[in-house]
Design a protein around this ligand. Structure first.
Ligand SMILES: [Zn+2]
Ligand SMILES: [Zn+2]
Length: 229
């Protein structure tokens, strides 16, 4: 079956994410757009994924746990998972290596952790967008060892894109899929996501995956198949 997707969406936990990007608002907007599956991918954290996944379950939208990891070179890598526990293990790993820089909410915005009723249950004090200690050489195998898929994010963008930072696409880094909205000529399967920081940025039902079932397992199996696994 065709599943329309947007696998790169930020919530109000990302410093740059709009405060209206709550779990309920994101899920409802994705449903209005006609999407079947989304992934919540905040910078270096998956702490709003449990709420978004719960809201998705209540409303018939598949929500994959994810995170947009910043490598030590300042390259953004979308890390997609089937299970929240695996995403949390990645967060544990990178939170030990991430630079400790205090967030300045007046400049970067607040970093709010919400429950499935969109109630604030916490606030991340350290700035999430800083580099982790994970290098671009190790990220693909690290994420794969935790059961996830690492996808270099927005490689057609200069800022924080793999090609923009490194100067060329290095196939030896082990990535099996890329994310971009324009054709970069890289001969790998491609995801086309919104990288939405506001509700109105969330993708229209335009790009789809071919999956066996409309479930996190079905979507993840489809992604793995695209990666040749
Ligand atoms: Zn990014
Ligand atoms: Zn992003």
């Amino acid at each position: 079956m065709k599943l329309y997707y947007d696998l790169h969406i930020h919530s109000c936990l990302s410093p740059c994410g709009d405060e209206d990007n709550t779990p309920n608002n994101i899920v409802n907007m994705a449903l209005i757009k006609g999407l079947n599956v989304i992934a919540l991918s905040d910078h270096n954290t998956c702490k709003n994924c449990p709420a978004a996944m719960a809201v998705g379950k209540q409303n018939g939208l598949v929500v994959l746990p994810a995170m947009e990891l910043t490598t030590s070179e300042d390259i953004h890598v979308l890390c997609l998972f089937e299970k929240i526990e695996d995403a949390q293990r990645l967060e544990e790993h990178i939170s030990r290596t991430r630079q400790r820089v205090r967030n300045r909410p007046e400049i970067f915005g607040r970093q709010l952790i919400l429950n499935e009723k969109d109630e604030v249950i916490g606030e991340e004090e350290d700035l999430l967008i800083v580099s982790s200690g994970v290098s671009v050489e190790e990220v693909a195998s690290l994420v794969s060892s935790l059961g996830g898929i690492a996808v270099p994010a927005h490689i057609d963008k200069q800022a924080n894109g793999l090609i923009g930072v490194l100067g060329a696409f290095d196939f030896g880094l082990g990535f099996r899929m890329v994310e971009c909205r324009t054709d970069t000529g890289i001969d790998l399967p491609r995801l086309c996501d919104s990288d939405a920081h506001t509700l109105w940025d969330i993708a229209e039902a335009e790009h789809f995956l071919q999956a066996e079932t409309c479930s996190a397992h079905g979507v993840f199996a489809a992604l793995k198949k695209m990666c040749g696994e």
